[in-house]
Design a protein around this ligand. Structure first.
Ligand code: HEC
Length: 273
């Protein structure tokens, strides 16, 4: 999270005058970084049970933080705890969260136990506009509807198998606008003879996650065929976990790295002189 949004958070939280939740924004940052919100929401069932339901189940248990921290660290497999049997999860167990430290697991457990509804602050990350700026003739500032208005032939569907353990083998359909199309619309400004070859596109999300594409790979390799700014998945608008605008590079070997949720901007720049 940028320092500016941190400051905004500080303001919101001091209004609430709740010292106990002063770190809620940091916990959300952590949960995002560790991938928890790909599977969990506060009030909704996703792949995992809603955090609110977890908080209710463990309410009043003295060892709640320790038990949940253990489950977060090591996962709940292979038999699981039965959340799916109850209809409150769509995977029978939680995989181990290997990048989480013991101390972070305790912080996350306490954060989950305090959940009373939707995850506070999650909405702040959701983007519903995309800007294209930098070395272009026409800077773009597009809403989801405006993205939808791009001519139909420009919009394509890519089916791919997600790498997340929860969705292995599932085909997902994404609908959106190829990065190429957006760049052509904005029109590159490249006065120098070799400028194109030195041009890069920096895609940045509202949580400051950023990835880079080069002009050459987007316009001069097959990778470019799979670089898509998308707003629909499996026929539905994106949920708050991803959207409303996101980006993927379907032809990458490891797709996770250039999967950008909450896409906010694409900046066109010359990488070297
Ligand atoms: C791949 C999807 C997935 C990811 C990623 C994931 N979870 Fe889970 N989580 C689940 C599922 C499924 C369950 C239900 C497990 C069961 O019934 O055994 C669960 C259960 C839980 C529970 C309840 C455990 C209990 O004792 O009842 C907590 C707390 C939890 N997750 C927190 C987290 C946190 C924090 C993260 C991030 C570090 C995380 N989860 C990441 C899928 C996931």
């Amino acid at each position: 999270m940028s320092s500016r949004s941190r400051m905004r958070w500080a303001g919101v939280l001091s209004c609430l005058a709740a010292a106990a939740s002063a770190s809620a924004a940091d916990e959300l940052d952590l949960a995002i970084k560790m991938g928890c919100i790909s599977c969990h929401r506060g009030a909704q069932k996703l792949i995992g049970p809603p955090y609110q339901a977890v908080a209710e189940r463990y309410a009043g248990r003295r060892d709640a933080v320790a038990v949940l921290a253990e489950h977060i660290l090591k996962g709940t497999g292979p038999d699981g705890l039965g959340w799916m049997k109850e209809g409150r999860a769509s995977l029978p167990f939680m995989p181990a969260n290997e990048r989480v430290t013991a101390q972070e697991a305790e912080r996350l457990a306490a954060w989950v136990l305090a959940m009373k509804g939707e995850i506070p602050g999650l909405r702040e990350y959701v983007t519903d506009r995309l800007s294209v700026t930098g070395n272009v003739e026409h800077a773009l500032d597009l809403s989801v509807d405006e993205l939808r208005n791009f001519p139909a032939p420009e919009v394509k569907e890519i089916a791919l198998v997600s790498e997340s353990p929860a969705t292995v083998g599932r085909l997902e359909t994404f609908r959106g606008v190829p990065l190429r199309t957006l760049i052509e619309k904005a029109k590159l400004v490249t006065p120098g003879r070799n400028d194109l070859k030195k041009t890069i596109f920096i895609a940045t999300a509202s949580d400051d996650y950023a990835v880079v594409f080069t002009w050459s790979e987007v316009f001069n390799t097959e990778v470019g065929d799979g670089v898509l700014v998308y707003f629909e998945k499996d026929g539905r608008p994106l949920t708050e976990a991803e959207g409303r605008i996101a980006m993927l590079s379907a032809k990458d070997i490891h797709r996770g790295a250039r999967h950008v949720r909450w896409l906010k901007s694409i900046e066109v720049r010359k990488a070297v002189d």
